[in-house]
Design a protein around this ligand. Structure first.
Ligand code: ZN
Length: 633
């Protein structure tokens, strides 16, 4: 494991240590571990640790084929009209205005990475050393973007991912006359380049919107001589305004600075979000393009559909950018469905930011064609491969599409395994958590008491942007992360935590172990009930902190025996909360587990078998842990 990032987070008041898994020096994609540490009282208590690493990997880290050979293989398998780097004008403008990944050319650069093949089954043998290429091309005058993974040993295609989040087609858009278009004055003219200096920092809200082909230059930005735009450049100004509002939602409500690329050192300074409005790609839609991190609002040149620059759709596409830079959910299967759902949720919250009393729970309705309904997903259908699919509200229930054996195809005719259909379940979860309601699952009524949209939004935000989504990016992970988020934000045993859990149960994700059991005594301690009705975890950070506060190890460095002292910890606490000591190496690998002495505050641990080096000893139990480092001589 490599420590890749540390950030302090005023939103959840924790400091996060993010470790990524490396195998023989090569990053393993989507494998990481995070410790969220509470430092408020001067000591460091791990409030939450989570993540997923791949065990038992045995992948040769030395590629057998060159990057160029792998790229040849990738390109051989792509059926496109041309590649973007073959366009002189696209290359010219890219050199003038480079973007993060493609600094001077769209010609793909390969990244050596270990990834899982498209079986998505987490067997070690399914992990391959690959060359990963983002490839931009044109098909039928439409932009096409793919991520292609080529086996670095035999040159075969391990998997291909469509890198465009497309929203399909709709009809009309209006949010009325506005007077808050965020522009920048350059040499006497006003351009659709946002210029707000954000409160609390010196960063610009850097959004550049063009409607002049794919130029991205000042010349190409929409321009006006007096900042009274009227209907001039109506597409660019409308799109610019909704993206400006999307940025504002994340900035002012959730404290996330820097646009989709966001805070915490990932591209915070100098990040320009480019927005394109136009019709050169002969497609109707709105989408986030993953490789260039651009937002597109496009209409078919010959058969134009409605313009899609609405608050909910713009907020949806913007959120895809946030997802890419945080949870990094995929574009297919359950992972892709959750990606779409988060985009819907924060798209709707963008509309609510601007219209706090007249917002609604549907997406796209301003265009004349609603595409999703967060409150009642089953009101909507999507036609996929010629089959009309009603959106499900209950996991594994009516209209749910089982995607466990689904394979993505290119061209994308199956919606990357029904992502815009199965998103209905998390959408329904969010609506239930916000305003409450009931569902019926297998004939049984399930009730949720709403906690309000603001709190539900903060839980979704924390789950998405603060917690690890390593390993299986599926509905069970979404459940676990949001419950952990509610606990971090609102406290153990809080109503918010319970209702977050109950809302998942109401959409049939996970069980009904949501009711806390309170144990009354000299210290009131709150527990989660496990399925047999017993207790598994106390939910009182303060209590855990108090009991583990004075943990120490002696001697340090140590040779054969280590003495761990916990003078504050009571006998009852050890018994009731399953306290144990775990020794972990710096790769995060669990080496040993020892139970404590019940009747003594000193605990002797045999470390004769350890190879010399640095280790961490954790005192864990009750869902919490605290840790101390020691050196084995
Ligand atoms: Zn989408």
């Amino acid at each position: 494991m490599h420590l890749v990032k540390i950030w302090s987070d005023s939103f959840i008041c924790l400091t996060t240590y993010q470790y990524k898994q490396f195998h023989n020096g090569i990053e393993v994609e989507h494998a990481e571990f995070r410790e969220h540490v509470d430092k408020t009282n001067g000591d460091s208590v791990v409030a939450l640790s989570q993540g997923d690493i791949v065990e038992g990997l045995n992948v040769s880290a030395t590629p057998s084929i060159l990057e160029s050979t792998a790229l040849d293989s990738a390109l051989f398998h792509m059926d496109v009209d041309s590649f973007l780097w073959e366009s002189d004008s696209a290359e010219f403008y890219l050199r003038e205005y480079p973007i993060s990944y493609f600094d001077s050319t769209y010609y793909p650069k390969g990244l050596l990475i270990i990834t899982i093949n498209d079986t998505l089954e987490k067997e070690p043998s399914n992990y391959k050393l690959t060359w990963k290429f983002p490839i931009l091309a044109m098909i039928d005058s439409q932009l096409h973007s793919e991520i292609v993974y080529v086996d670095a040993h035999d040159g075969s295609i391990v998997k291909r991912e469509n890198a465009i989040h497309d929203n399909g087609t709709f009809n009309h858009v209006y949010h009325g006359a506005r007077n808050d278009l965020d522009t920048r004055q350059i040499n006497g003219d006003f351009y659709t380049v946002a210029n707000d200096v954000l409160s609390g920092n010196t960063q610009m809200r850097d959004i550049w919107t063009t409607d002049d082909l794919n130029t991205w230059t000042a010349r190409g930005m929409a321009k006006d001589d007096n900042d009274v735009w009227g209907n001039d450049h109506w597409g660019a100004t409308s799109a610019h305004w909704v993206i400006q509002k999307s940025w504002k939602l994340w900035e002012f409500i959730y404290g996330r600075q820097g646009g989709p690329a966001g805070p915490n050192g990932t591209n915070t300074s100098g990040t320009t979000l480019q927005v394109f409005v136009g019709n050169e790609y002969n497609r109707n839609g709105a989408y986030w393009e993953r490789s260039t991190s651009r937002i597109y609002f496009v209409r078919d040149r010959n058969n134009p559909g409605p313009f899609l620059g609405t608050l909910d759709i713009g907020g949806h596409e913007f959120t895809h950018g946030v997802v890419q830079n945080t949870a990094n959910l995929g574009n297919s299967h359950e992972s892709g469905a959750l990606n779409e759902s988060f985009a819907d949720i924060f798209g709707m919250l963008t509309e609510r930011l601007v219209f706090p009393s007249s917002f609604n729970w549907t997406i796209g309705e301003n265009t004349g064609s609603t595409i999703r309904d967060i409150q009642t997903p089953s009101n909507m259908t999507s036609t996929i491969d010629g089959v009309a699919r009603t959106h499900p509200e209950i996991y594994d229930g009516p209209n749910w599409v089982d995607v466990s054996n689904c394979r993505t195809v290119i061209p994308n005719t199956n919606d990357q395994c029904f992502t815009h259909v199965n998103c209905g379940v998390q959408n329904k979860w969010f609506n239930l958590l916000s305003i409450g309601g009931t569902t019926t699952v297998n004939g049984n009524v399930r009730v949720v008491n709403g906690i309000g949209i603001d709190k539900a939004g903060k839980i979704a935000f924390t789950s998405l942007t603060r917690l690890s989504w390593a390993g299986d990016q599926n509905y069970l992970k979404a459940r676990a992360n949001s419950i952990a988020a509610a606990r971090v934000l609102y406290g153990s045993c809080s109503d918010e935590e319970r209702e977050t859990c109950k809302a998942w149960f109401a959409v049939n994700v996970g069980n009904n172990n949501c009711e806390p059991c309170i144990e009354w005594g000299p210290e009131t301690v709150c527990y989660w009930c496990n399925s047999s009705g017993g207790t598994v975890a106390p939910l009182n950070t303060e209590e855990f902190r108090r009991q583990t506060k004075t943990i120490s190890v002696y001697p340090n460095p140590a040779s054969n025996y280590l003495e761990v002292s916990l003078p504050e910890m009571t006998r009852e606490f050890k018994v009731n909360h399953g306290i144990k000591f775990e020794i972990v190496d710096l790769q995060g690998k669990l080496i040993s587990v020892t139970s404590p002495n019940i009747n003594d505050f000193r605990h002797t641990i045999d470390i004769t078998q350890l190879t010399p080096g640095l280790y961490v000893i954790r005192c864990s139990g009750a869902g919490y842990m605290t840790s101390v480092r020691f050196l084995k001589k």
